[in-house]
Write a protein that binds this ligand. Structure first.
Ligand SMILES: C[S@@+](CC[C@H](N)C(=O)[O-])C[C@H]1O[C@@H](n2cnc3c(N)ncnc32)[C@H](O)[C@@H]1O
Length: 198
């Protein structure tokens, strides 16, 4: 269930990050929620993309990463942010050099700067209680496919409540917006499941 990797679906994430920055420009906080973050590969990818674009205002980023897997201590693993080199080979060399610190034994840790802006907490999406509000971007990829159709609708409605007006929702590319709630969002690009809250 926790299959994931760094820089997965990069074009959509890059576009979403760019749009979220435009939306949040001038705000004190840029709030992002990565829901179903697995072992941290996706939220740290997002945080690195923000670091590349935000420069001095990177400290305004608050990236909440959530997953429900407490049995396998996902929270400890995300906070440790240490990965085997084999897992990091998709990362462009210059980015890898800039954002990962060697720990020896073929292990690398996400640098302090990036780690300091990612806040993990356990959360079950099916609780239907959002962890916060005024998010500029919610990323929930490769999670909704595990839910029943009606559960998906309720979870997406929760994301709608959690987003700021004009905020973005990124879903996996195989996930279409259910017809019943399609009036809540507009699709931003025709070939990706990236939506803007109306
Ligand atoms: C396939 S991984 C996706 C990871 C990442 N989002 C990606 O696209 O690469 C699915 C993740 O969803 C999490 N998940 C499944 N059901 C969940 C739920 N009800 N609440 C929160 N997380 C859930 C799993 O624990 C797993 O880490």
């Amino acid at each position: 269930m926790a299959f994931t990797f760094f820089f997965r679906d990069l074009p959509v994430l890059e576009y979403a990050v760019q749009e979220a920055i435009k939306l949040a420009m001038g705000r004190m906080r840029i709030k992002i929620w990565d829901a179903g973050s697995a072992l941290g590969q996706e939220p740290y990818t997002l945080a690195i993309l923000f670091a590349e674009r935000l420069g001095a205002t990177f400290n305004n980023l608050y990236l909440d990463a959530t997953d429900y897997d407490s049995e396998n201590n996902f929270g400890d693993i995300v906070k440790l942010a240490t990965y085997k080199y084999d897992e990091l080979q998709r990362i462009p060399a210059d980015i890898f050099k800039k954002y990962f610190d060697s720990q020896g034994n073929n292990l690398y840790r996400v640098c302090d700067k990036v780690r300091s802006r990612v806040f993990f907490q356990y959360h079950d999406l099916l609780s239907l209680k959002a962890i916060g509000s005024e998010y500029a971007l919610v990323v929930c990829k490769n999670v909704l496919l595990h839910f029943q159709y009606n559960e998906r609708i309720e979870v997406i409605k929760m994301f709608y409540q959690a987003l700021s007006t004009g905020g973005f929702l990124a879903l996996e590319n195989t996930q279409k917006m259910p017809e019943e709630i399609s009036h809540l969002f507009e699709q931003v690009v025709p070939d990706a499941q990236l939506y803007r809250k109306l």
